[in-house]
Ligand binder design. Structure first.
Ligand SMILES: [Zn+2]
Ligand SMILES: [Zn+2]
Length: 109
């Protein structure tokens, strides 16, 4: 048996604001994370984007469009992008870590 996971916050709502080009997550602790789409895509955690570098790198992509969001189990979101890229599995823990709001210290680059 694996040990129980720590109680990380989980998103209760994911809202794609097409006009503002951002994905807004609302968390079960009341926190709100407004992710610009380019910012989110630039942190894609998949092996294609990240290779085997020991540290995650910021890709600095532009003009990224989100077409669909899937839940993955109860621990992550899979983001489907307009260019067909869909292998990025963003764990809730990663998403919360990347939160770009002022209270979380702004965007991580
Ligand atoms: Zn990727
Ligand atoms: Zn935040």
């Amino acid at each position: 048996m694996s040990p129980p996971a720590p109680p990380f916050p989980e998103p209760v709502e994911a809202r794609h604001e097409k006009g503002a080009r951002r994905l807004v997550l609302t968390w079960d602790d009341g926190h709100v994370s407004p992710f610009p789409l380019d910012y989110l895509r630039s942190w894609c955690p998949c092996a294609t984007c990240q290779g085997h570098a020991p540290e995650a790198k910021y890709l600095d992509l532009e003009n990224q469009e989100l077409v669909h969001i899937d839940g993955v189990g109860n621990y992550a979101l899979a983001l489907n992008w307009a260019d067909g890229h869909n292998t990025g599995i963003y764990s809730f823990r990663l998403l919360r870590h990347l939160c770009p709001c002022d209270a979380c210290g702004g965007e991580k680059r």
